[in-house]
Design a protein around this ligand. Structure first.
Ligand code: UD1
Ligand code: UDP
Length: 368
């Protein structure tokens, strides 16, 4: 009898990190995949599904402009009762810390269906940052049955919280596996032709940074860019209008930066592989850039991804305008400091996480 794996996810980063696993388990005859997307993101999710050629069996299509946490929670939870009851999966697989992930895990828990949590155990130890993700990830850990931690430290966080060490598996982050599908030497794109060598790649989206904090981050970047016109910058903006409108306002009239709508994941990964450095508040981007030896300046006050900081390939700048400006300026002007952040090994994974996760599921689902 095949085991039925039900994947539930809804945002871009979940899709990037879960699609390689869907492909891995689809290739194993002992599993049957059922894929349910919530559509918490729409175009940003669909871009990823297209690249990985994953076709959902269910699409809840919940995204609305200016959606609140209440909207997402209500719209995701409601239909899942019926779908899970109908599908009767042997396990529900969720990823990370989004509201989709939390609602999917909660729905499975209400129906007594086992839960596997991918990218489990990340902790900032500050319930308000990232918000609401730190709550979501801790809440999922309370009810998950199998925890797939990307790093040793993440695994230790779970064990310290009382999780059964026999059901915590350190696998590496599946995002590194994703890069194997997307990055190629012969990739070309008009943005790359425009940017030339040594361009700066920028992303930002965090809910807790939106508004004046984000304005400060952008102002800091702007000052450094104006002082260094020899570097061009590419900023593919998140589809949330709150981010794009602010970015276009702050960087207006500066011709060394291109503000683009979010690019597809293949393009983005290939930009990461070729940039000089990256400025971001994203989780996934922090984990991807070290694969290419690209330094990352993390525009946040706390991070749950300390491995990059410890390895020296990431630096937590904070969100203050002057802090962002000074660190970016230092990296653009001081080659020694820049070189010290070029790492040769990615502390987040080795590209084999999906195989490890599928092996565990294969062994445990047929045993337990
Ligand atoms: C969500 C996750 C966050 C994750 C981030 C990745 C929660 C609470 N937040 O935050 O953990 O890091 O995704 O990007 O789960 N929009 C579009 N098209 C899209 C996607 C978004 O137009 O494809 C716009 C919509 O107006 C939407 C808004 O962006 O209402 C915000 O989307 P939402 O998923 O609520 O928040 P994110 O900041 O994307
Ligand atoms: N990404 C993308 N296109 C872009 C910007 C980012 O495909 O224009 C990818 C990036 O490679 C990473 C993921 O989106 O895999 C990160 O998503 P995001 O920063 O929105 O969320 P987080 O990782 O912070 O939860």
């Amino acid at each position: 009898m095949k085991k039925r794996l039900m994947y539930i996810f809804g945002t871009r980063p979940e899709a990037v990190k879960i699609c390689p696993l869907i492909r891995e388990t689809a290739g194993r005859s002992c599993f049957e995949n059922v894929v349910c997307v919530t559509g918490q993101h729409r175009d940003m999710l669909d871009q990823v599904l297209d690249i990985f050629d994953v076709k959902p069996d269910y699409d809840l299509d919940v995204m609305r402009a200016d959606q609140t946490l209440f909207d997402i929670t209500r719209e995701v939870i409601q239909p899942l009762q019926e779908i899970l009851t109908k599908e009767q999966p042997d396990i529900v697989i969720v990823h990370g810390d989004t509201t989709t992930s939390y609602c999917a895990a909660l729905s499975a828990f209400y129906l007594g269906i086992p839960i596997a949590h991918i990218e489990a155990g990340l902790r900032s130890h500050n319930i308000h940052s990232p918000y609401p993700e730190e709550f979501n990830r801790r809440a999922i850990a309370l009810i998950s049955d199998y925890d797939f931690a990307p790093t040793f430290d993440a695994g230790q966080n779970l064990i310290r919280e009382g999780k059964d060490p026999e059901k915590v598996f350190v696998t590496g982050n599946t995002v590194v596996d994703a890069l194997g599908f997307t990055v190629s030497d012969d990739f070309s794109h008009p943005l790359l032709e425009w940017a030339g060598d040594d361009f700066i790649l920028i992303t930002a989206h965090r809910r807790e940074n939106q508004g004046e904090i984000m304005r400060g981050m952008f102002e800091g970047i702007k000052r450094a860019l104006l002082e260094h016109p020899e570097h061009r910058a590419i900023f593919p903006v998140h589809r949330n209008p709150k981010v794009g409108e602010l970015a276009r306002e702050v960087f207006e009239g500066i011709d060394t930066i291109r503000i683009e709508n979010a690019v597809d994941v293949k393009t983005f990964h290939n930009l990461e592989a070729r940039c000089y450095l990256c400025l971001t508040d994203s989780g996934g981007v922090q984990e991807e850039c070290p694969s290419f030896g690209r330094p990352v300046l993390v525009m946040r006050d706390v991070t749950e991804r300390n491995e990059g900081i410890m390895a020296g390939c990431s630096y937590l700048t904070g969100t203050d305008k002057m802090l962002v400006y000074k660190k970016l300026k230092e990296l653009l002007e001081n080659k020694k400091v820049y070189d010290s952040m070029v790492c040769t090994q990615n502390p987040y994974g080795d590209g084999k996480a999906c195989k490890r996760i599928a092996d565990v599921l294969e062994e445990r689902l047929f045993l337990d």
